[in-house]
Design a protein around this ligand. Structure first.
Ligand code: C2E
Ligand code: MG
Ligand code: MG
Length: 633
């Protein structure tokens, strides 16, 4: 203390206090407060001055640390992306961090004094209040709560909050709520969820979601008397369009089909894409099965109207299988399976129909599955044989050709006729292997007959459209002829009229290649397939085989006579050979000859027989004596 300062103090008698920093004995700086006052003697005169030094270094350090931490806390809350809100026990905002401006556009100052619930979406308000109550009662939240809040601009954001009750902490006296914006995260989650349960091409629900919906429909139906139906829909000719016109056209067609299906049902029904060209419809809240019938018919009609895909009209039809709850199943998998089975049956009966499930269908499905595996085994083991049926020149009675007909020789069931397994073989594609074997065996046999000295006669082999659709077929045919050394002009291939009609351009060009190899082509079962003359003229065929259904009643039904006469005259004008199938009686034969039919085939002449059994007949110069008959003109 300076001397004049001390003198002043003695005179004034004031106490002086000052803060100072001094070094202690060890050279450490200490914060001190110095109090200096005058003291007097008993007569009141100044006796001297007294100084008291208080060391407050430790206190100073604590306050400095506190100030720093408060500043840090403030900086943290004010710069955080999350919103920090402090509420009083009534839910009124008493502190709002500035990030509310950035996230919701609200001025933090304006928020003070407002209720926390004011901006919350009406549908989320109850949950928010519940959470707040829990906070007041239990102090903490175990789970964050999600809710929607209106921004200043009027749009909605989804926020997630977690709160802590700090009402008892004197420094806070509020409920601290930490809130973050989860709108984008939520949108991504919803997108992922959507993708998991929807078909990417059509945006319809997928099979998983459909199963869910069926389960929900089951719980609903259990509580009411209402039924519901599950429909399985398959687009009949989709594969064809997809294969010939490409996947882009196929995809576009499927999208349009999805739209038409959606337009055919009520809003509370569900349509799903099962995959490929298969769709599932859930018709909820039905009174009875008439409702399902109506919708099925509506869907078939909707599908039958032409689709316009990349500037061309495409025609499809649908096959529908229907299973009803509770009659045809009590759970989603059974209902779906039975609807599928019914659809499959409908398709087999002829496309463009709907079928309700019946328990017999399952028996048929099992039988079919067993038959398919047996047929596969038969193909592997080569359990087939050929029989041959002669084709007769109706003028001379001579055999001109032999039609090869396949038989499945089963160890269990004996001889199985083609009508029982060819359709299955065609469906499963096994026909390609079977047909290949038939072709090779028939050519071998024709060559064996020649080698044995029998006259030159053609062998006719039945061909399935699926074989013809195979791009490898022409090459295969050439290699069989090559291997068996058979003259191609001794081979004739038969393809049914209905299958000829359904050929695409690829198959037609293949028919031309086959004809140019010198092989004859015949149209089988002619008269049943509604082919047009102009179409027939485009094809390289040389023979029409009149279907046996017309021959059967030719002597009694004038309509059949008229049809046969028309086919014969048409064949003549197109310069085609014509042969009548299924001749069983002399009466049929006489009438056919009278109408100018020059060739015939049927039980009247010979049933189909094995090559061995046929040998005596093949050796005879003429099967029947026509010397007395009037020649066919
Ligand atoms: P399809 O080619 O029209 O053969 C004629 C069918 O009529 C044969 O039956 C034959 O036995 C039968 N039939 C012959 N004459 C008479 C008759 O006077 N009266 C009656 N009621 N029927 C007669 P099958 O052998 O049962 O063959 C049935 C069909 O199976 C064939 O009809 C043909 O479409 C198909 N098929 C036979 N073999 C093959 C083959 O190797 N490949 C293919 N893709 N189909 C074959
Ligand atoms: Mg035939
Ligand atoms: Mg036929």
């Amino acid at each position: 203390m300076a001397e004049d300062e001390a003198a002043n103090l003695l005179i004034s008698g004031k106490t002086v206090a000052a803060e100072d920093v001094i070094a202690d004995g060890k050279g450490n700086m200490r914060h001190i407060i110095r109090h200096i006052s005058r003291f007097t003697s008993s007569d009141g005169s100044a006796a001297g001055i007294i100084g008291v030094l208080t060391d407050f270094t430790d206190f100073k350090q604590v306050t400095q640390a506190l100030e720093a931490s408060e500043g840090r806390f403030k900086a943290l809350t004010e710069s955080a992306m999350d919103i920090v809100t402090v509420l009083d026990e009534g839910g009124v905002i008493i502190y709002q961090s500035p990030s509310v401006m950035h996230l919701l556009g609200h001025d933090p100052q304006e928020m003070l004094g407002r209720s926390q619930f004011e901006l919350v979406h009406r549908d989320d308000a109850a949950a928010m209040r519940g959470m707040f109550r829990e906070l007041i009662e239990h102090g903490e939240m175990t789970q964050p709560i999600e809710f929607r809040v209106r921004t200043k601009a009027g749009s909605w954001r989804t926020l997630e909050s977690i709160g802590k009750n700090c009402l008892d902490i004197p420094e806070v006296r509020g409920i601290i709520v930490n809130t973050r914006d989860v709108t984008d995260r939520k949108a991504i989650q919803q997108r992922i969820q959507h993708l998991a349960y929807h078909d990417a091409l059509t945006n319809l629900p997928n099979r998983s979601l459909m199963q869910d919906r069926i389960s929900q429909a089951i719980s609903r139906a259990e509580r009411s008397t209402k039924k519901f139906a599950v429909m399985f829909i398959d687009i009949d000719n989709f594969k064809n369009i997809n294969d010939t016109l490409g996947h882009d056209v196929g995809d576009e067609l499927l999208r349009q089909v999805a739209t038409r299906l959606t337009d055919s049902v009520r809003a509370h029904d569900t349509i799903a894409r099962q995959g490929g060209d298969e769709f599932i419809v859930l018709l909820d809240r039905l009174e009875g099965h008439q409702g399902a019938t109506r919708v099925a018919q509506k869907i078939l009609d909707a599908l039958r109207t032409a689709f316009s895909v990349s500037d061309a009209d495409q025609h499809v039809s649908g096959s529908i299988g229907i299973a009803l709850y509770p009659d045809d199943g009590h759970d989603a998998p059974t209902l779906l399976k039975n609807a599928d089975t019914a659809m499959f049956h409908g398709k087999a009966q002829g496309k463009n129909t709907y079928q309700f499930f019946t328990p017999q269908m399952n028996i048929a499905v099992k039988r079919r599955a067993a038959m398919e595996s047996n047929l596969r085994a038969a193909v592997k083991n080569g359990d087939f044989s050929l029989v041959y049926q002669p084709q007769i020149d109706l003028n001379s009675g001579e055999i001109v050709a032999l039609e090869a007909l396949v038989r499945w020789v089963s160890a269990q069931s004996g001889t199985i006729m083609p009508s029982e397994f060819i359709p299955l073989a065609e469906e499963t594609g096994l026909i390609n292997e079977i047909g290949q074997w038939v072709l090779r065996e028939a050519c071998l046999q024709a060559q064996r007959w020649l080698d044995a000295g029998f006259p030159r006669r053609r062998v006719a082999v039945n061909l399935s459209a699926r074989q013809l659709a195979d791009k490898q077929f022409v090459g295969l045919l050439a290699s069989i002829l090559d291997d068996t050394k058979l003259d191609p002009s001794l081979l004739e291939l038969e393809i049914t009229e209905s299958q000829v009609m359904r050929q695409g351009e690829g198959s037609i060009s293949r028919l031309n290649e086959i004809a140019s190899m010198g092989i004859q082509l015949a149209v089988d079962d002619f008269g049943t397939g509604y082919s047009s003359l102009s179409y027939l003229k485009r094809l390289p065929i040389s023979k029409l085989k009149i279907d046996q259904s017309f021959v059967r009643d030719i002597t009694i039904d004038p309509n059949d006579t008229a049809i046969v006469v028309a086919i014969i005259s048409m064949a003549k004008s197109l310069d085609l050979e014509v042969i009548a199938e299924g001749i069983e009686t002399a009466g049929q034969l006489t009438l056919l000859r009278a109408k100018g039919c020059r060739m015939g085939q049927g039980f009247y002449f010979s049933v189909p027989m094995s090559a061995n059994d046929l040998a005596p007949l093949l050796a005879a110069s003429s099967v029947f004596d026509y010397s007395l008959a009037v020649p066919v003109t």
